[in-house]
Design a protein. Structure first.
Length: 324
């Protein structure tokens, strides 16, 4: 993970009372929040997606978006932070993004804040304005369905099978956009940004766990994964620490779940599940955080998601950086 260079003036830029959270004697790092109402910081999110075929690598998507995080409420037990997203700039735009813009979906969410309820230690607990967010998602679903029906169902060259597959796709997209899971997906980048908060970690220990999670290959179908988390580096003089987490999904489960969804639109897909010609899917996620543990704010976040199917691979890289 690329390391954000942290200078001593960051301490004054973050403000507030800086408290040491690195205990070298006990090899412990603690990540908690020391926030006050009115604290507000600006961040920038960069997303780049690569398509790899053999030895050729192509950038298929590249965007950047500023956003702010402000502490708007504080009690003995909780904080509430407000996240406001700015205008997204696209350097390279994929087809899905073009359709999203054409449909008017991107205009619906403009000006709508996301309010997250945080624990007193800075861990995400809930979406404070979930009902308002779901209203926005429902409007997005309406526009998306309307756009897809006009663009695809009016195609006179569609065969009966193609029409069936398209109707299935439209219904799947509509159901997904209206589901509570979509709200979870929408706030996931910010939940991941604060994922290490509220805990203390041993510096020389790897934390391994197994669990289940949905993937982009098979929404709605939990897949087994194994994760390994560790403290990568500590910088006591800067009161900062770098954390890392690696997740590997069960490839067989990913493939079978993916094909089970495909067969609803293409019945023949099921026969490939146990076939020697069945495509192999590898899915891996690496995440890194640079945290100013004294002030309790993230400085830098990096996530790389790699998926491979046969000789082709897609790598999606997300970087979030505090703007100094």
């Amino acid at each position: 993970m690329k390391r954000l260079v942290i200078f001593f003036f960051v301490l004054s830029a973050l403000g507030g009372v800086v408290k040491a959270q690195i205990n070298l004697n006990d090899s412990i790092v603690q990540v908690v929040s020391y926030w006050s109402v009115g604290d507000k910081y600006e961040f920038k999110s960069n997303i780049t997606k690569y398509k790899i075929v053999g030895t050729d690598t192509t950038v298929v998507f590249k965007s950047s978006m500023p956003f702010s995080i402000e502490v708007v409420d504080s009690t003995a037990n909780n904080y509430v932070i407000k996240i406001m997203e700015g205008e997204t700039q696209y350097d390279v735009m994929d087809e899905d993004t073009q359709m999203t813009i054409e449909s008017g979906v991107t205009e619906v969410s403009k000006g709508h804040p996301l309010l997250l309820k945080m624990s007193s230690l800075g861990a995400v607990e809930d979406v404070e304005n979930a009902s308002e967010c779901m209203e926005v998602l429902n409007k997005m679903a309406d526009l998306t369905v309307e756009y897809m029906q006009k663009k695809f169902m009016a195609d006179s060259t569609l065969t009966a099978e193609g029409r069936q597959a398209m109707l299935f796709t439209i219904k799947t997209v509509s159901d997904k956009l209206r589901s509570p899971q979509m709200l979870t997906a929408a706030v996931a980048p910010y939940m991941r940004l604060f994922a290490v908060f509220g805990k203390q970690y041993e510096m020389n220990k790897e934390y391994e766990a197994t669990d289940q999670a949905e993937t982009a290959f098979a929404p709605g179908q939990p897949i087994d994964f194994t994760s390994t988390f560790w403290v990568k580096n500590v910088y006591p003089e800067e009161n900062s620490a770098v954390f890392a987490n690696n997740v590997v999904y069960d490839s067989d489960q990913v493939l079978k779940a993916y094909l089970s969804i495909c067969k609803e639109a293409i019945p023949e897909a099921e026969q490939y599940a146990n076939s020697p010609d069945s495509p192999y899917i590898f899915l891996n996620e690496y995440t890194g955080w640079s945290i100013h543990v004294g002030a309790g704010w993230p400085l830098y976040y990096y996530q790389e998601i790699e998926s491979r199917q046969g000789k082709e691979a897609t790598i999606s890289v997300t970087e979030i950086e505090l703007i100094l």
